[in-house]
Design a protein around this ligand. Structure first.
Ligand SMILES: C[S@@+](CC[C@H](N)C(=O)[O-])C[C@H]1O[C@@H](n2cnc3c(N)ncnc32)[C@H](O)[C@@H]1O
Ligand code: SF4
Length: 383
């Protein structure tokens, strides 16, 4: 896999380059340098921002390509326009077929939903993706279909202003999964901090309760997510859930406890959760294949998932969600279909299917570039 050195003194352009180059190079193969250092076995990008013109010199496989453009007058959609110019220049040399254009670090369906909510027609939103972000027509149609479904299912037009929904984060996990970039700290190294964190959370919940009572509001829903809330020791779990109970009234429609990893959600914790105002739990397999689970850094097996799930049913949970990720390294479409079938055999009430998002900070992205992952190329255990 080729490496690249980048020389660019301008902070704005350094940011654009660091974002766009991850489309073509491994994150760890991109090096920002302070002086011109051209090596035969390394590509080189030199960006110079003058008062009038921006010059880009891109040396790839020993050949230098030069491109100049004027950025002074770009005011409308400045970031998007400049990134498009840089991307087009880089890809005129790389010549890759990139159906998602230069969209990165965003959820495209969320962008489409927001465009619809701002009042864009489907045609206008389509033009934004195809013309502005260089997304292929097929992918643009796909994500606009999904955004329309999303709006229909969530009924976004119904605004309930006399109620609030709360998200409570437990940012601790047994260990870090290779694809994940959510805020999360290792449980073992933070054992002393966790009781303090829970006490602070409980204080904050008390403030929130006062504030919503003053405004005559009620709590419509609560989501306890993370991280891995199921990792909390029994006594802290009980303490936190008791504080949540105080917030709930007969107007509260849903309280979700995202247990997360099955290996941490043992029988005692399940019974404790069941004793509180929790209406829905999440037990997340991500995949139903032991090898894939190992490769993504999960410490549980398929057997653990089934046991945890069956036990939850025995403990009386009747609204269980299971998260699955589609596009995990090493999983073909046929394997995914098979794994989805195994997952549905559990008999859960809902399944959330996440499409793998390639996050810059995830371990997976530090070992592979986005294109390799899309092509399922040479992905080995990257724990
Ligand atoms: C914030 S995580 C918390 C879940 C819990 N810690 C667990 O792993 O079971 C919520 C969900 O996000 C999904 N997720 C995390 N990183 C992702 C990524 N890079 N791409 C797609 N889905 C991801 C996983 O399906 C995960 O279950
Ligand atoms: S996927 Fe869940 S368990 Fe894995 S690191 Fe992210 S938050 Fe933690």
């Amino acid at each position: 896999m080729r490496e690249i050195s980048v020389l660019c003194y301008d902070a704005e352009y350094r940011k654009y380059c660091s974002e766009l180059l991850t489309i073509f190079y491994l994150v760890t193969n991109i090096e920002f340098v302070e002086a011109s250092t051209e090596f035969a076995d390394k590509d080189f990008l030199h960006v110079t921002k003058g008062t009038d013109l921006v010059e880009m010199r891109y040396t790839k496989d020993g050949q230098t390509h030069i491109f100049l453009f004027k950025d002074k007058d770009i005011e409308k959609d400045r970031i998007k326009t400049i990134k498009k110019i840089i991307f087009q220049f880089l890809n005129s040399i790389q010549q890759l077929d990139l159906p998602w254009g230069f969209l990165s670090g965003v959820r495209p369906v969320k962008m489409a939903v927001n465009l619809f909510l701002k009042g864009c027609t489907r045609q206008e939103a389509y033009r934004v993706f195809v013309n502005d972000y260089l997304v292929s027509p097929k992918k643009a149609d796909l994500l606009l279909d999904l955004a329309q479904m999303d709006l229909q299912l969530t009924g976004k037009s119904r605004v309930i202003s006399d109620s609030v929904s709360l998200y409570i984060s437990i940012p601790f996990c047994p260990n870090r999964c290779t694809y994940c970039s959510f805020t999360s700290y290792p449980f073992d190294k933070n054992k002393d901090l966790i009781p303090v964190y829970i006490d602070c959370l409980i204080k904050e919940l008390a403030h929130i309760q006062r504030s919503i009572q003053e405004k005559n509001q009620t709590v419509q829903s609560v989501y306890i997510g993370g991280g891995t809330p199921g990792v909390l020791p029994l006594s802290l779990l009980d303490k936190l859930l008791s504080a949540v109970d105080h917030l709930c009234t007969d107007q509260t429609r849903e309280v979700t406890f995202e247990a997360g990893r099955p290996e941490v959600f043992d029988d005692d914790k399940q019974k404790c959760v069941k004793n509180h105002y929790v209406t829905r739990i999440c037990i997340n397999p991500q995949s139903m294949d032991d090898e894939i689970l190992r490769n993504i850094g999960r410490r549980h097996t398929v057997k653990d998932i089934v046991q945890c799930f069956d036990n939850a049913v025995k403990n009386g949970f009747d609204n269980i969600n299971t998260d699955m990720i589609v596009g995990l390294p090493g999983e073909t479409p046929d394997q995914f279909k098979k794994n989805l079938g195994l997952l549905l055999d559990l008999g859960q009430q809902s399944v959330t299917v996440h499409t793998l998002a390639m996050k810059k900070k995830a371990v997976l992205m530090q070992n592979h570039n986005a294109q390799d992952i899309v092509n399922n190329k040479d992905i080995e255990n990257s724990k």
